[in-house]
Ligand binder design. Structure first.
Ligand SMILES: [Zn+2]
Length: 375
């Protein structure tokens, strides 16, 4: 049963698209057990919200997972990325670890809790959302879900986003995640004969000084201090000149910067500093993406309930922060405490030969059920 649902989820291709097919499948899967089901969004990019338990309760725990995956270059894989394949005790397919395994665990935990009569005085919500894998800044997915819940005055008191967990027997509870700013930067210069004794107005030099100055805002090597990942910057692309050669200086230079913001920092602060440097070196910047960093206090109920449940089950854990971004900021932005992580355990998310340890799903079902029981 658990295997069958995982198989259906990963064998439905949701590479940056087509979440509606899975949302419809899950709506049918839930039809005998859910107390309310909503499907909404646009075209092939729909979200599902399924409600279980007491619809009038204000004691609301929500599990949220993104239904989309990144692409898979089939030639790099040892197996078909869209067929769940068992090999040496591991299950391979795109999306197994990130994060359809975690979604299966959440679903089974909720259904088992409902069957056991644990939801009479509380409401547990499952969200399967669209379009997270483009940088968690989409207006089609989790943003729509959270705004809908707020409009309906359904305010979760805790949220778990079961993104992959690196270790099988040691859970990482992320109190937040880094933010992300993508900047396309451009400098202008004057085209002149490069052999003349003229004062230089060089687009490449301006850009290189700008990049060095921006880099100086960040630690030389990204670090983790007390579990908190630092902010970081990477130049990922540069282009200048009209042709390769020596005769003339270029009219412009374009560079892309991928900046990641520490969970305890604010995107606006970093952005203001980068803008000041851009002004100094006459660089125009175009913001391509701006996903906020977000974090919650370890004193929130969601953290306390999870850690109590883990202690009672003798499961080791640590509190930390995720380096990549995720959907948690949509909830945290509305003061809804959300943690991410503690999903199923596997490897190679976003890479070739992504896999999952099947028994980690079974382990997480037990853990999530206990959390639901204590909620
Ligand atoms: Zn993910």
């Amino acid at each position: 049963m658990i295997y069958d649902l995982l198989k259906k989820l990963v064998e439905t291709n949701t590479v940056h698209d087509n979440e509606t097919e899975l949302a419809l499948y899950l709506a049918d899967y839930f039809k005998d057990n859910a107390d309310k089901i909503e499907l909404f969004g646009e075209g092939k990019r729909k979200n599902i919200i399924a409600y279980f338990g007491n619809l009038n309760s204000k004691n609301i725990l929500l599990f949220s997972g993104h239904l989309d995956t990144v692409s898979a270059l089939e030639t790099d894989w040892n197996t078909d990325p869209f067929v769940l394949t068992k090999l040496d005790g591991l299950l391979y397919a795109r999306g197994t670890a990130d994060m359809k395994g975690g979604i299966v665990a959440a679903i089974f935990a909720i259904l088992e809790a409902k069957k056991a009569g644990l939801l009479n005085d509380k409401l547990v919500i499952f969200v399967g959302s669209a379009d997270e894998e483009t940088g968690a800044d989409s207006s089609l997915g989790c943003k729509k879900v959270v705004e809908h819940l707020i409009n309906e005055n359904i305010i979760p008191t805790g949220v778990i986003i079961p993104e992959p967990n690196a270790k099988k027997d040691h859970l990482k509870i992320n109190l937040g995640h880094r933010g992300l700013i993508w900047l396309r930067c451009q400098s202008e210069g004057t085209v002149v004969h490069s052999g003349l004794l003229k004062k230089e107005d060089n687009a490449i030099l301006k850009m290189s000084k700008f990049i060095e100055a921006v880099y100086s805002l960040f630690p030389k090597e990204p670090t983790k201090e007390n579990g908190v990942p630092s902010s970081s910057c990477r130049v990922t692309y540069i282009n200048s000149g009209t042709e390769q050669g020596f005769k003339r200086t270029p009219s412009n230079c374009v560079a892309d910067l991928d900046i990641r913001i520490s969970p305890l920092e604010k995107n606006e602060n970093i952005l203001a500093q980068v803008k000041a440097i851009a002004k100094k070196f006459e660089i125009t910047i175009n913001m391509i993406k701006n996903t906020p960093a977000a974090s919650i206090s370890k004193d929130e109920k969601i953290v306390k309930v999870i850690t109590e449940a883990l202690k009672e089950s003798n499961i080791s854990y640590e509190l930390g922060y995720a380096s990549p971004t995720c959907d948690a900021h949509w909830f945290i932005g509305y003061n809804i405490p959300a943690i991410n992580g503690m999903g199923a355990t596997g490897g190679n998310p976003h890479a070739a030969n992504e896999y999952i340890l099947f028994d980690s799903i079974e382990d997480r079902i037990k853990t999530f059920k206990k959390i639901i029981e204590k909620w």
